[in-house]
Write a protein that binds this ligand. Structure first.
Ligand code: CDP
Ligand code: CDP
Length: 222
């Protein structure tokens, strides 16, 4: 029996995590936010006063990552965002994190969200979703999140930083942000989280043969 892996990729604040978490719940699958791995490596470098673009230092930190690093509460925010994106452009950092992600998905199946799940980590995943939304809407969502956490920020600055990070993620030579050739695109610009979830669940049901629903734990259609 092959474990069911669902790949959810897309740019910043597109709604990947919200969607992936809900799909995982509905399908009784483990969930992995792979962005946390890069965020944690970036944070370890910032802690040590190192430059997140320093390939040797970043690779050493990626190899030293522990589960406790992923549970830190300072992995979000502008500095952590840019540090994550900087370390994520270093091939040896990505290589150091690859087997861990694959092992996570292979054990019991999983929903994983990130940038390269459908292209590199699980190129054979039977379901690949590429979640997007307009840059303005994504910036608005991230800005609202920051406000909700009591962080004062200018919307225009949030949008500028987000666009810069997306450009860096799309333009890097290793595992750039891009939809897999066989991914299904979901534009959530005018979809709330419920509507995005319903759209995605219908796509999953269409991709997974009905006779495998028992072993995948896929809920029967209403
Ligand atoms: O994981 P990613 O950075 O792609 O985005 P997220 O953390 O899932 O979503 C960013 C914010 O947008 C959250 O506050 C979500 O509640 C919100 N959201 C939304 O307004 N509409 C959606 N369709 C999905 C998420
Ligand atoms: O939540 P948001 O979409 O803003 O970011 P994230 O998913 O937590 O990812 C943070 C950064 O990690 C991204 O900007 C990417 O540079 C990197 N990343 C990656 O390269 N590959 C992944 N599979 C996941 C994240």
């Amino acid at each position: 029996m092959t474990a069911l892996v669902i790949a959810v990729d897309g740019p910043a604040a597109a709604g990947k995590g919200t969607l992936a978490r809900r799909l995982a719940d509905a399908l009784s699958l483990p969930y992995l936010d792979t962005g946390l791995l890069y965020r944690a490596v970036g944070r370890r470098l910032l802690d040590g006063g190192a430059d997140p673009r320093d390939a040797e230092a970043a690779t050493a930190q990626a190899r030293a990552l522990t589960p406790a690093d992923l549970a830190r509460n300072d992995l979000r925010g502008p500095a952590a965002d840019m540090a994550a994106s900087a370390v994520a452009a270093i091939p040896a950092v990505r290589a150091a994190l690859l087997d861990w992600q694959r092992d996570f998905g292979r054990q019991h199946g999983a929903v994983l969200d990130g940038r390269d799940i459908g292209t590199v980590v699980f190129p054979d995943a039977p379901v690949k979703l590429f979640v997007s939304a307009s840059p303005e809407e994504r910036a608005r969502r991230r800005w609202l999140e920051l406000r909700g956490r009591g962080v004062a920020a200018e919307l225009a600055q949030v949008e500028a930083e987000m666009r810069a990070r997306d450009a860096q993620d799309s333009g890097r030579s290793v595992a750039p942000l891009k939809p897999a050739a066989d991914a299904t695109l979901i534009d959530t610009t005018s979809l709330d989280a419920d509507a995005a979830f319903e759209t995605a669940l219908a796509l999953v049901r269409a991709r997974i043969p009905l006779d495998s629903t028992a072993r995948t734990g896929l809920p029967a259609p209403p």
